[in-house]
Design a binder for this molecule. Structure first.
Ligand SMILES: Cc1cc2nc3c(=O)[nH]c(=O)nc-3n(C[C@H](O)[C@H](O)[C@H](O)COP(=O)(O)O)c2cc1C
Length: 163
């Protein structure tokens, strides 16, 4: 299955504002995400799904599965730790570009809601990610992101290593 055009995701002005503030985080303080914020992400995931189906969708997992995030892969930084929740980005067929658009919309919505994220397309356990998701024929989890509140940054070194 091939996407003939990019998903037409209605952009919220707050997502555009969030572009300059977004910075990936790999260390989270474990605080639970508020029910209101989770409901907001759920709603955004639904509208993204409508725009990007059947090629790409995002699913909110209110509890990040045990063992989801793996350690160092290639030149990437340290493993993700302490995230209470996560998002799974699911693709089908020729999904890469569509999933990038769909996933980044949800990532920016999360940033706008004061949450931290980090695209993870390699250093995650696909089985753990899929355990709580009903995948349709041909679908795969292409990437995930932690969702929560990053730990406080301590100085320039941490800023560089994207704590
Ligand atoms: C599509 C994509 C896949 C990525 N996959 C991983 C990954 O598997 N593991 C990882 O530690 N970082 C991964 N990263 C890198 C981080 O998400 C992040 O981009 C990087 O730390 C730089 O931070 P910034 O996004 O704030 O510039 C990926 C980034 C992108 C865009």
């Amino acid at each position: 299955m091939t996407s003939t055009s990019l998903p037409r995701i209605p952009l919220e002005p707050s997502w555009v504002d969030a572009i300059g503030r977004r910075a990936s985080r790999r260390r989270f303080d474990g605080r639970p995400v508020s029910p209101e914020a989770l409901a907001g992400i759920e709603a955004v995931s639904r509208s993204v799904r409508e725009a990007a189906q059947p090629v790409a969708r995002a699913v909110l997992l209110v509890a990040a599965p045990e063992g989801l995030f793996k350690g160092l892969v290639g030149s990437y930084g340290k493993a993700v730790r302490g995230a209470p929740a996560c998002m799974a980005f699911i693709g089908r067929g020729d999904w890469h570009l569509d999933l990038g658009f769909a996933g980044q919309a949800v990532v920016l919505a999360a940033t706008a809601a004061g949450l931290d994220t980090c695209w993870i397309a390699g250093s995650f356990d696909a089985d753990a990610a899929a355990a709580d998701i009903e995948l349709s024929d041909g679908e795969q989890v292409g990437a995930v992101s932690p969702l929560g509140y990053g730990t406080a940054r301590v100085g320039a070194v941490s800023a560089c290593s994207r704590q």
